[in-house]
Design a protein around this ligand. Sequence first.
Ligand SMILES: [Mn+2]
Length: 334
Amino acid sequence: MREYRQYQLDDVCRFLIEKKNTLILFHVRPDADAIGASFALKLVLEAMGTKVLCACESEIPSRLAFLTEKHQKSAKFENIDQNFEFECVITLDTASPVQLGNLQKLFENRVDLMIDHHENGTKYADNYIRADYAATGEIVYEIATRLVEMGELQTIPRDAYDLIYAALSSDTGCFKYSNVSPHTHLCAAELISAGVDAAEINHKLFDCKSEKMLAAESAGFQNMKFFHNRKIAAVLFPFDLKQKLELEDEHLETLVDVARAVDGVKIAMSVRQSTAYRSFRISLRSSCSFDVSNVAKHFGGGGHAKAAACTIEADSIEFATRLVVDEIMRRWGK
Ligand SMILES: [Mn+2]
């Protein structure tokens, strides 16, 4: 296997300064960190005279469109200008090539630089990985700040601050998760000093949900199963339920939070069947020292110690759930 170079911050900056046409890719089912970090970097590079497009397998979920609509009409790869002659490809917040979804085939060996904060990813390009950072947005802020210090960037664009704040807040559950460090708060403080309306962004990210999302959470609560003395809770969401309630995948993203909110639950999961096929999307959250990223990795997925995900093929949703619970139990206490 090819050895990839590990970049230092200044290597990343020099790389970004040299390139004049850049394609930024981020992971499927994008969250506000993937989106915020990517679009903030786009604005920073554009301020330096670089032409940049951001792209992803899927469209920006409608509840996060407020972050991007001003900056690019669509982020779905097939909708972006197909005549764009990019000279380099950078991925953000994308820990393994699989996370590029259907763009994997096209780009797997064409990524020039991966910028990420996942600890247990698969390196597929020269990289700058800061597993000590809570969000990829934290890295982009560091890059932008350094570019200003170097005199390459006059000032960080105003909208980039909002995007970076959204990235930080999103990946820390509004600064609640254990990945939050003093550095995360210091970044957030600087962003707020620069004029970010934290209350407004957090309201949009966390407090308001569409009626469809709430309908999904309510149905998910009715469909919760407990294991291991109620220390493990799983919300099962089969395809027929999704159809019955006329929901899209993006409405099912907070289901795992329902399981996580139950008093006494240490490991929460959601098991989502988004099509009629026997394929199940598993989201895992840990509220204890148990590392769920190893479980996700066992099934070909990945993530962080406290939040991870994978996709499983199984004959039924119950069986898919059982497979994951068994794998958790096998590792529990080891
Ligand atoms: Mn992230």
